[in-house]
Design a protein around this ligand. Sequence first.
Ligand SMILES: CC[C@@H](NC(=O)c1cc2[nH]nc(NC(=O)c3ccc(N4CCN(C)CC4)cc3)c2s1)c1ccccc1
Length: 276
Amino acid sequence: PRRQWSLQDFEIGKPLGKGKFGRVYLAREVKSKYIVALKVIFKEQIEKYRLHHQLRREMEIQTGLRHPNVLRLYGWFHDNERIYLILEYAHGGELYRELRKSGYLSEKRAATYIASLAQALAYCHEKDVIHRDIKPENLLLDHEGRLKIADFGWSVQSRSKRHTMCGTLDYLAPEMVENKAHDYAVDNWTLGVLCYEFLYGVPPFEAESQTDTFRRIMKVDLSFPSTPQVSAEAKNLISRLLVKDSSKRLSLQKIMEHPWIMKNADFMDTCSKLQL
Ligand SMILES: CC[C@@H](NC(=O)c1cc2[nH]nc(NC(=O)c3ccc(N4CCN(C)CC4)cc3)c2s1)c1ccccc1
């Protein structure tokens, strides 16, 4: 039986990051000395924005997911004011920071991250989970540099209903921009956006205003800068993901078999190759 955790079970360390509704702290479970990340969410924030059903969904979803590229949620507890999520600690921090520091990533590193994401999403889709908010801020790195998808706050368990999104629009697929019912293929679109951003350092439809970004997404106004130098195979993969008709986007399986991925991705644990 799952034991009841409480704050007394943990020594709280430095703050790791903060999101809209809470903060994450480094923490150590006292008895086992096991290092975790403790996400603290304020109940009044959840009530104010009426997000308890979403938070419950995040907790149910992430608890049930077991994949090397999905951040583990070990358990949770609460007190009068706060809800605490006991999360896997990713030692490398946010992929976002690495991307901003180096400007853009090598084709090998970009392909490895896209392959890891495709495997993680294939696993999530098998479990009827659509993350829907895959962006660099939600991607973490562990001590081996392995990618971990975090923050399932926006994910949905089954075929999604209409939801308004907040935050950056750069990663929204056309069907989400049009607020149409959408399905798993939104995550495939997002892989195209991420692959572009990993290789060029900026998202493909970036614009001065949100309206212009909307317009560029709806038109799939995609162009490749002349620098940095990016291979034709990489551009081919991006062009086959950033397709308006969601049924025509490359499937996750086909992404993992794409020549650019096969040539550049470093499948660290070969077993993941067998999972294909
Ligand atoms: C993805 C956002 C989400 N975050 C999580 O759930 C998060 C869950 C989780 N587990 N481990 C983390 N690790 C870190 O945040 C981290 C940050 C910097 C680090 N380094 C700094 C540079 N140094 C050179 C190396 C070490 C190392 C680890 C995070 S964040 C969130 C959502 C709501 C509220 C707060 C946070």
